[in-house]
Design a protein around this ligand. Structure first.
Ligand code: CMC
Length: 430
């Protein structure tokens, strides 16, 4: 394979370096292109643009491969926990016993949010979308942690920020739910695991007995592990972009939450359940909805289907489908939405339109069924995605700010507006 690519522009030819990844992925390095030729490259939607050389996650969309730091997602889903996976993503290796103990302890100790912050929750109406509360509250954390607002953090300060965000985002999410249903906030409990603590803060009540269900804790761990990173997706790219201005990490993560909220990204898990409910209320005729998704004029898409990079299957979807079946069986729940989801999947996968366009269920297609079985309200689904994706955002931010070629992210454009124009005073305008 050549280690340079040749670009011919008119009479001249230019050699551009080729970069090769661990799994033999190839990129043409165009960094010097503008200086040597005056040209930029154009790739609206970043369909074919590499924004980083990264050591974090490997993904092969054709073969359905996903690995965090080299470890297949199937192994992590089976054997790891979210807390351990977060460390792996951020620090590059699985933690030893001592590192894991320290990491878990720090997460527990950082679970509490400043008492003053509880008053901020009171200002939100109970109808506020929890993603709005989450992004604002993560940004608000900065006012109690002014030490972290400087542009460069040392190793110890980064560690402190990572555990702070991982621990507190979960508490903020649970408080926003309690606020929305008018129940008292439940404090984190030191002797619970990360996921058990979250479940307890969500569903315990001072005057009711609540016992954390281990099947649900296991399923929640799985969902978080599967969402923990997905290389240069929209929200992670947002985190890299915002972080590249040396904005503080609270503001940077808050921006990532905003990007995740959209229905084409993390917001799809909410859309999936709402779509399945609509299909159920409409009589359950899945073929009719598949036809509607194919009709461009309908403005309707099958949420939870299709992916920018997966063109064969999404390995996370396979794992999560199996887990959805297991969770519902273990809880003795018969959810008609699961049956509709399976029928819809079958109808879409055997339809020529979906086959031709290589559209398969993605991670969001079945995750909502499990979240619903846990009692998580639908408008909290994207918040769950955000908690899960946080380690990935932190890992990418760390990798970017520590890279020797660190630069503010600033794309270029081709201007297509009017050529030079004169200002017309208001009374002379038509
Ligand atoms: N239902 C019907 N048609 C679809 C769908 C769908 N879900 N997804 C893509 N298509 C069609 C699309 O109309 C287009 O057709 P044509 O080539 O005739 O114009 C073609 O397939 C390619 O789609 P695209 O939108 O150009 O592909 P993309 O790579 O830009 O977008 C996507 C990927 C995920 C945004 C898109 O598949 C989609 O909107 N899916 C539904 C939303 C969803 O489930 N999002 C969650 C993604 S997974 C979680 C995450 O990582 O965020």
């Amino acid at each position: 394979m050549p280690d340079t690519a040749k670009l011919i522009l008119g009479e001249k030819s230019y050699d551009l370096p080729v970069i090769t990844g661990t799994e033999n992925e190839k990129a043409i390095d165009i960094t010097s292109l503008r200086n040597s030729t005056g040209y930029i490259t154009m790739d609206s939607g970043f369909m074919n643009t590499g924004a980083a050389v990264s050591n974090i996650t490997y993904l092969d969309g054709e073969l359905g491969i996903l690995r965090y730091r080299g470890i297949p997602i199937e192994q992590l889903a089976e054997q790891s926990t979210f807390v351990e996976t977060a460390y792996l993503l951020i620090y590059g290796t699985l933690p030893n016993k001592e590192e894991l103990g320290k990491w878990s302890q720090a997460l527990t100790e950082n679970s509490y949010i400043h008492e003053d912050m509880k008053h901020f929750f009171d200002g939100y109406p109970s109808t506020a979308h929890p993603m709005a509360i989450l992004s604002s509250m993560v940004s608000t954390l900065s006012i109690h942690n002014s030490w972290a607002l400087k542009p460069n953090l040392n190793e110890a300060e980064k560690y402190r920020m990572f555990v702070l965000l991982l621990a507190k985002m979960r508490t903020i999410a649970a408080y926003s739910y309690k606020k929305s249903i008018g129940e008292p906030y439940i404090y984190p409990t030191d002797n619970f695991s990360y996921c058990a603590n979250f479940m307890n803060m969500m569903f315990a009540h001072p005057s009711r007995h609540y016992e954390v269900n281990e099947t649900l804790v296991k399923a929640l761990n799985l969902i978080f592990v599967l969402h923990a990173d997905h290389e240069q997706n929209c929200s992670t790219s947002t985190v890299r972009l915002v972080g590249s201005s040396k904005s503080n990490l609270f503001a940077t993560i808050s921006a990532g939450i905003g990007a995740l909220w959209g229905p084409l990204h993390g917001g799809a898990n909410q859309e999936v359940i709402e779509m399945l409910e609509q299909i159920r209320d409409d009589g359950g005729n899945v073929k009719k909805w598949v036809e509607k998704a194919k009709d461009k004029d309908s403005g309707f898409r099958l949420y939870g289907f299709g992916h920018r990079v997966y063109k064969n299957f999404d390995p996370r979807a396979n794992i999560i489908k199996k887990s959805a079946n297991e969770v519902l069986d273990a809880l003795g729940i018969e959810d008609p939405l699961l049956e509709i989801a399976k029928k819809l999947e079958e109808a879409a996968l055997s339809d020529q339109y979906f086959i031709d366009k290589k559209l398969y269920p993605n991670v969001d297609f079945y995750s909502g069924i499990i979240l619903k079985a846990m009692g998580i309200p639908v408008n909290m689904f994207t918040v769950m995605f955000a908690i899960g994706r946080l380690p990935g955002w932190l890992a990418h931010w760390k990798e970017m700010v520590e890279a020797p070629d660190f630069k503010i992210n600033r794309p270029r454009q081709i201007y297509h507006g009017p050529a030079i124009n004169n200002y017309i005073p208001l009374d002379l305008r038509k």
